[in-house]
Design a protein around this ligand. Sequence first.
Ligand code: SAM
Length: 418
Amino acid sequence: MPISSVREIFEVEEIQPLRKVQINEPNLYDIDLSFNGYDSQYSLHALHPYVAAINPPLVKKLIETYVPKHENILDPFCGGGGVLLEATLHKRENAGGDINPLSIILSKAKTTYIEQQKLQKAFIAVIEIAQNPISTDKTKINPQLKFWFKNDSLPFINSLINAINIVTEHDIKLNNLFKTIFSATVRDVMLTYRGEVRLRKLREEDLNKFNPDVLRSFVKRYKIAYERIITLPQGAVSDIAVRDIKKLDFENESFHSIICSPPYADDKNGVGYFQFSKNMLEWLGFTKEEISNHKKLFLGATKKINCLPESESLRKSLENVENRNYNHYKEAVSFYHDYNLGLIEMKRVVKKNIIIVIGNRVLSRTQFDNAQITVDFFKNIGVKLIHHYTRKLRKKRIANMGGDGGGIAKEHILVFEK
Ligand SMILES: C[S@@+](CC[C@H](N)C(=O)[O-])C[C@H]1O[C@@H](n2cnc3c(N)ncnc32)[C@H](O)[C@@H]1O
């Protein structure tokens, strides 16, 4: 069989952007939402990376256009905290949830103001203790972690987390911020390639060129926190906790708007959020069992076959996958079943707008038009699409598009009204 046909992808007809606006209705149709060349790492966005993070200038525009002052915002898939930080910078009350505990730590750190003086004092104490570790430092290094770090990085990483726990023991905000700075440091010195959707260890030739310096990295990350924490409004409070979108702990209509970017696929077949977070979480003291319990809440993890809500586009894609790989078929059914439960919860807790930023995905050489599927699922429960934008992506890697990930070139921004 010629290679070209082996690599062929079954494509469903893609959803077309909708352009239907009333006179004087605020919208973003005349703006280039790709934001090429814009700085997206201002304020505390640069504090800690997160895989497949949302574009901050895009969130800024969405808030300004769709969320009036004095109204509040929920991001139920808050990931690295990009939406919540923008909401905080724009002085909108906000709340967030995610099932990944790393996401909760980062999102809290990026939205919590702490006085610089207090930060500086704690930093000096942490460095002092970390550089003079007591030989009885408690934490035993997990042998599996040794695979991902240079041998000479391990003792100081260990001393740092011990020092952080000692210095910030009685101050939850400081503890959280220092854990974030520490976690970003761990990521900086980890022996993996950057910008990939799955963890991959550096090959021999790249390993030899990589000389991580734990202290330097920690100081660099601390400086970002110290210099930029003053960009946060004082006294801002975000309500951020581990939350499963399938069952949110909010009253009906608690939020004016939701702005979020859901996972495009289940954890196995999409972006590896837990792979990305695993080493950082283990250094922070999470056990394998705790991490695995969080992962079980991921959309699609239940693997129950259930009937799905109506969507012509989804039906066509599923039919194609069913013929190719029955396990993939079951995984996709599970994912879209849970995704639909999440959309129902979103409708329940929101008063006005639900804004979804999403792209297509591929499974068993079959394209899934996630934008069309979202529109269909919402239509079934009476939530209507009012605006639809697309934005060009310079590079966004997703799984299962050949080689290590491949990429998608377009993202949909779907604005729904309840
Ligand atoms: C595309 S990411 C969100 C990225 C985020 N907007 C940012 O800027 O970093 C999707 C997130 O959904 C989370 N997630 C997956 N299943 C979930 C569930 N059942 N409830 C809540 N969050 C979930 C993942 O852990 C991941 O952080």
